[in-house]
Design a protein around this ligand. Structure first.
Ligand SMILES: *[C@@H]1O[C@H](CO)[C@@H](O)[C@H](O)[C@H]1NC(C)=O
Ligand SMILES: *[C@@H]1O[C@H](CO)[C@@H](O)[C@H](O)[C@H]1NC(C)=O
Length: 205
């Protein structure tokens, strides 16, 4: 069984706006507009108000009434991503009826190859960029890109990340028989326990 601690790479949670090519291009914003719907569901086009040369690879968005003391609750599904806007389906979920109110849609997007799990975005740097680093250097590499080294809390996240690394670094092929990856967690070789950077137990493969 191969262990994550033997795998090394820089795994990052990226949140801030990035420009250069050795990082994920991310952006976030907020869109406010009067909204009216007779039914409990409607489609809505949201503008980024950004100049993007192409549609982003991922958009996440949530909608809420602009006046948060109002009881409206919405679920939102992103239907289509374009370069200037994205199309969503908005559904009122606190009751099955329409609405007439000002709504705010908060969104997050990225362009590049990354992995989304829960509310986290895991990103691997381009292999041509990576070089031998220790954990501290990897952490600095991430901080310089508005991100941080990731922790792995459970088996599901472990599998997703493991497979993502295997695929994007062509690990387990003739090209490469191993890849090292750094995590924020600490590994105790005696107990074989992993402790996440927040002190909670991590998943140790
Ligand atoms: C927000 O909604 C509440 C409840 O309807 C209302 O009392 C309040 O005046 C509203 N606030 C604003 C800023 O419109
Ligand atoms: C290792 O982790 C397990 C599960 O979190 C825990 O029950 C056990 O006490 C830990 N062992 C040591 C020696 O820290």
């Amino acid at each position: 069984m191969r262990k994550v601690v033997n795998l090394l790479l820089v795994l990052a949670q990226v949140w801030s706006v990035a420009q250069s090519t050795d990082q994920l291009m991310t952006s976030r914003g907020s869109w406010k507009q009067p909204s009216f719907s007779q039914k409990s569901k409607t489609k809505l086009q949201i503008l980024y108000r950004l100049c993007l040369s192409k549609a982003p690879d991922f958009v996440y968005a949530v909608a809420k009434p602009s006046n948060q003391s109002l009881p409206f609750e919405f679920s939102l599904v992103v239907l289509e991503m374009n370069s200037g806007s994205f199309l969503v389906e908005l559904e009122r979920v606190d009751q099955a009826s329409g609405w007439d109110t000002m709504i705010t849609v908060d969104w997050f997007l990225y362009t590049g190859i990354a992995l989304v799990h829960g509310k986290r975005v895991f990103w691997l740097p381009d292999l041509s960029e990576t070089k031998t680093m220790n954990q501290e250097q990897s952490a600095i590499y991430c901080t310089n890109r508005g991100a941080e080294l990731a922790d792995i809390a459970d088996k599901e996240t472990y599998k997703l990340i493991y497979n993502h690394i295997a695929e994007s670094h062509m690990y387990n092929t003739k090209i490469r028989s191993f890849v090292h990856a750094w995590l924020a967690s600490k590994y105790n070789p005696q107990t074989r326990n992993v402790t996440q950077s927040n002190g909670e137990p991590g998943f140790n493969g």
